[in-house]
Design a binder for this molecule. Structure first.
Ligand code: TXE
Length: 480
C-alpha cells in the first residue's frame, strides 16, 4: 500500500493529522494508497512556505518564470501515460482519454505561459499636461488551489499557469478521492527544477480544504467542485476580503434543432453525455430534440450508447470506466429510479452490472419531463435524458430554466437560431460542436455555476492586483 505525503517548502513529509484516508480503485474496489489528512498545522506551514518563497519567485522576470513553467510542462508531457494510468487507478478514467486530457492540461499550462509574455503587467498612460500614470499589476502573494476528482491533473495545470506566471506561489489541496496523480505531478515539478516553496501540496479532505480557505495569508482561492462547497469557499474568502474564483457544478442543456443530421448529432451527444462516465462539469445533462427528427435521433443515440463498453480503464477496449465511488453511483441510480417512477422510459442501460467496481451503463431515458431529478439536479453520471419538443423555441425556453448556468450546446443550421443560442444563460455556448474555444475562451459561469471569469486575460486579471502610480510632470523643486 503506497503512502502519500505532502510537499511543503521543498520537503516531502507525512501529514500530522490524525485521520488516515485511503485511495480506492473504483474499478476493483481495492484500496491501493493511503495518506494522513492534512492538519491545520500542515496547512499553516505550507502557506508559510509559499509566503517565504513568493518574493524571490516574483523577483524573477516573467520570461524566467515562463521558462520554468515550460520545463515543467515538457516533463509532464513526457510522463503523460504514467499520469493517465494513475488517474485511471484512482478515479477510473480510461487511459486513452486520460492521456488526451493530461495533454490538454499541458497545453493549457503552455498557453498560459505564452499569454504571460504579452500580458501588460506594467503599462504607462501619459496625461495631457505630461503627467504620467503607471499601472502596475502586482502578484497577490500566496494562493490556494482546491481541485475535484474528475480531472485531477488537468485541473491543477489549468489553474496554476496564470497564478505562477504572474509571480504568485501556490498551495494545492487535491480531492481526497484522487490525490495520487497530483503527488506525481509535484514530483515532476521538482524534477523540472521548480524552486522549493513555489509549489506546495497538502493532502486531505474538506477539513483540510477549509483550513486553507480560512488562512489569513492566502490571498486568493481557486476552487473547482460542487456548488455547496463553492458557497462555503465564497463565504470564507469574502469574510476575509480575499479573492476567489469558483468553477462549480452544471446541468448543461443541449438543444437539437430540426434540419440537422440526426445520426451524426446523436453520436456527438452520446460523447458529450458519456465521456469520462459523464463526470465532467460541462457534460451534456439535458437533451431537448425537435420532434421532426426525434425518432431517428433517439434510435441513433441508443445505438451510440451501446458502443460505450464498460470495463476497467486500464484495459485497451474500455470506453466507459466506473464512477468515482459508490456515492456517485448511488446518485445516478437515484436519478434513474426517480425518473422511471415519474413516467420515464429506459431505452438502454439503467441496470447496475453484476461485477465489482462502481460501474453504471450508458443510459438513455425518454418520456422525460422537467419535474424529474435527472433534469433539475446535477447527475454527474452516464445518463442521457431526452425531451422531445414541438419547436426550437420551446427547446430553448426549457433549456434556459435551471439554477445552473455553466455551458450549453445547440445543434442548428438556422442562422436566426444560431443568434438565439447566444442568449442562453451560460458561461459558454457551443454551436454545432462541444468543448471548443481554447485558452482565448473568456467566460464566467452564470447563476449558481460559479463566480469569476477565466480564460484569455481574465485569468491574469484575477491573479494580479493593479496599482496606479501617478507622477506629476511638475518637479517638486519647481515650487507650487
Ligand atoms: O466535490 P466537493 P466532490 C459536483 C458533482 C459531484 C459533487 C461532489 O455534482 O457529485 O460536486 O463532488 C474540497 N472547504 N462536482 O465531492 O465536495 C474537497 O476535499 C474547502 C462538479 O468532488 O465540492 C475537494 O478537494 N474545500 C465539479 C474539493 O473541495 C473543501 C467537479 C471538491 O469537493 C470543503 C467535481 C470545504 N468546506 C464535483 N469541502 C465540476 N464543476 O467539475 C470539500 N472540499
Amino acid at each position: 500500500m503506497q503512502t502519500l505525503r505532502n510537499l511543503i517548502g521543498g520537503r516531502w513529509e507525512d501529514s500530522t493529522g490524525e485521520d488516515v484516508l485511503t485511495v480506492v480503485n473504483p474499478a476493483t474496489e481495492e484500496a491501493f494508497a493511503r495518506f494522513g489528512a492534512g492538519s491545520a498545522d500542515d496547512v499553516d506551514r505550507a502557506v508559510a512556505a509559499a509566503v517565504t518563497a513568493q518574493p524571490r519567485w516574483a523577483g524573477l522576470t516573467v520570461t524566467e518564470r515562463v521558462e520554468r513553467l515550460h520545463t515543467w510542462a515538457d516533463t509532464v508531457l513526457a510522463h503523460a501515460t504514467e499520469l493517465a494510468e494513475l488517474e485511471c487507478r484512482e478515479m477510473g478514467k480510461p487511459i486513452g482519454i486520460g492521456r488526451s486530457f493530461v495533454e490538454g492540461g499541458v497545453a493549457a499550462l503552455k498557453a498560459a505561459a505564452a499569454q504571460a509574455l504579452t500580458y501588460p503587467f506594467t503599462e504607462t498612460v501619459t496625461g495631457p499636461g505630461g503627467d504620467r500614470t503607471d499601472i502596475v499589476r502586482h502578484p497577490l502573494g500566496a494562493t490556494a488551489v482546491i481541485t475535484p476528482w474528475n480531472f485531477p491533473v488537468t485541473m491543477v495545470l489549468g489553474a496554476l499557469g496564470p497564478l505562477l506566471a504572474a509571480g504568485n506561489t501556490v498551495v494545492v489541496k487535491p480531492s481526497e478521492r484522487s490525490p495520487v496523480s497530483t503527488v506525481r505531478l509535484f514530483e515532476l515539478a521538482e524534477l523540472a527544477g521548480m524552486p522549493a516553496g513555489v509549489l506546495n501540496l497538502v493532502l486531505g479532505d474538506g477539513r483540510t480544504g477549509a483550513a486553507l480557505t480560512e488562512h489569513e495569508d492566502v490571498r486568493l482561492v481557486h476552487f473547482t467542485g460542487s456548488v455547496a462547497v463553492g458557497r462555503q469557499v465564497g463565504a470564507a474568502t469574502g469574510r476575509r476580503l480575499r479573492r476567489c474564483v469558483l468553477e462549480l457544478g452544471g446541468k448543461d442543456p443541449v438543444v437539437v434543432d430540426a434540419g440537422v443530421d440526426p445520426v451524426a448529432t446523436a453520436r456527438a451527444v452520446a460523447f458529450g453525455a458519456f465521456v469520462n462516465t459523464g463526470q465532467i462539469c460541462t457534460s451534456m445533462e439535458r437533451i431537448y430534440v425537435h420532434e421532426q427528427i426525434a425518432e431517428e435521433f433517439v434510435k441513433a443515440l441508443v445505438a451510440a450508447a451501446q458502443t460505450f463498453t464498460i470495463g476497467d480503464g486500464m484495459e485497451p477496449g474500455t470506453v466507459l470506466g466506473p464512477l468515482v465511488d459508490e456515492r456517485q453511483r448511488d446518485t445516478v441510480r437515484r436519478h434513474v429510479e426517480d425518473a422511471v417512477h415519474k413516467g420515464a422510459t429506459v431505452r438502454t442501460g439503467g441496470v447496475v452490472p453484476r461485477r465489482p467496481g462502481y460501474f453504471y451503463p450508458a443510459t438513455v431515458l425518454t418520456e422525460v419531463d422537467d419535474t424529474m431529478l435527472v433534469m433539475t439536479e446535477e447527475t454527474f453520471g452516464p445518463l442521457a435524458p431526452v425531451v422531445v419538443v414541438p419547436t426550437f423555441e420551446e427547446g430553448m425556453a426549457r433549456a434556459a430554466v435551471s439554477r445552473f448556468g455553466l455551458a450549453a450546446t445547440v445543434y442548428t443550421d438556422d442562422p436566426e437560431h444560431i443568434v438565439a443560442a447566444a442568449r442562453l444563460p451560460a458561461g459558454v455556448v457551443w454551436v454545432n460542436q462541444w468543448q471548443g474555444g481554447g485558452p482565448e475562451r473568456l467566460y464566467e459561469p452564470a447563476r449558481d455555476s460559479g463566480m469569476g471569469a477565466t480564460g484569455a486575460r481574465a485569468s491574469y486579471d484575477a491573479a494580479t492586483r493593479p496599482a496606479a502610480v501617478h507622477v506629476s510632470a511638475t518637479p517638486a523643486s519647481a515650487g507650487r
